[in-house]
Write a protein of this length. Structure first.
Length: 294
């Protein structure tokens, strides 16, 4: 039965493989991928090679505070800046990816359910999302941290939940666009369970908008995690973290700038890279929609 239904499905323009191929044709996609991979490899491999390259573990005392000794000098309490920089990106990246994944899973599920079910459930989901959207992510995070305390899992939960309403809106619109297609009606005619229609027939055909949202929300997640760590409400000392490094060393920016410049540059390059990839995906998806309409 499922094979009969799948034969009736027309070729969709927003399938993941086709969208990625079209996006890769843009030069900015290649540049963004290179920039992103450089920072990701730095974050993943940095903790493994930090002590080997610098001679110091991230928490070792290397000299007087804010002195230009070694390659990048020392931080506010005399630890080696380069060692802490190499070890400080993995946690930020890990939390940002988890928060993005949570937001995408929750938002996509709610958006598809709202669009396919309609009626009161649709209204409840969308109006609940409107309430969440009225509170900025940082405000929600500050409130949650004030009540529970700075926890890694709390950052992931708050940021992920704050992403969900926006992703749900995009998913709902994309689902409504395919809900009346013949292959959906064929699946309903054969009494295919609703969850299978959403997962097997609907989700594969709305991945274009979802991939764009993944890139966009990942960019925001990186900024949120770094901002909260900078404010002292995210990752806590003595952990090595890029956002925390900026906060710890900003008072001596003129005297010893590398403790601030290195993490700022890494976060900026990562953000630019993910934005370029996202823009390419958005351009590819937009071109596919225009082509299908013509």
């Amino acid at each position: 039965m499922s094979e009969t239904i799948s034969l009736a499905v027309p070729a969709q323009l927003d399938r993941p493989a086709g969208l990625i191929r079209r996006a890769w044709a843009f030069p900015q996609a290649k540049i963004g991928t290179v920039l992103t991979l450089v920072v990701v490899l730095l974050a993943v491999l940095g903790p493994l090679v930090a002590e080997v390259l610098t001679g110091y573990a991230p928490d070792d005392f290397a000299g007087k505070p804010f002195k230009l000794v070694g390659i990048a000098g020392t931080d506010n309490i005399g630890r080696d800046v380069l060692s802490r920089f190499l070890a400080g990106g993995l946690t930020l990246l890990f939390y940002a990816v988890l928060a993005t994944a949570l937001g995408v899973l929750l938002g996509a599920a709610l958006g598809m359910l709202a669009a396919y079910t309609g009626g009161r459930l649709d209204a409840v989901i969308m109006r609940g999302g409107d309430v969440l959207l009225s509170f900025p992510c940082l405000v929600l995070a500050l409130l949650a941290i004030a009540v529970i305390g700075p926890k890694g899992w709390l950052l992931v939960l708050v940021i992920g939940i704050s992403h969900a309403p926006r992703i749900a809106r995009v998913t709902r619109q994309a689902t409504l666009a395919v809900a009346g297609q013949d292959y959906i009606r064929a699946a309903e005619m054969y009494a295919v369970p609703r969850w299978r229609i959403l997962l097997d027939e609907t989700l594969p055909n709305i991945t274009g908008p979802l991939l764009v949202e993944v890139g966009l929300r990942l960019t925001y997640s990186i900024g949120y995690v770094a901002s909260l760590s900078f404010l002292g409400l995210g990752i806590q000392p003595p952990a090595a973290d890029w956002g925390l490094m900026i906060n710890e060393n900003r008072i001596a920016l003129v005297v010893q700038p590398w403790g601030v410049l290195l993490p700022v540059l890494a976060i900026a390059v990562l953000t630019v890279g993910t934005n370029m990839i996202t823009d390419s995906l958005a351009s590819a998806a937009s071109g596919a929609r225009q082509g299908s309409e013509s």
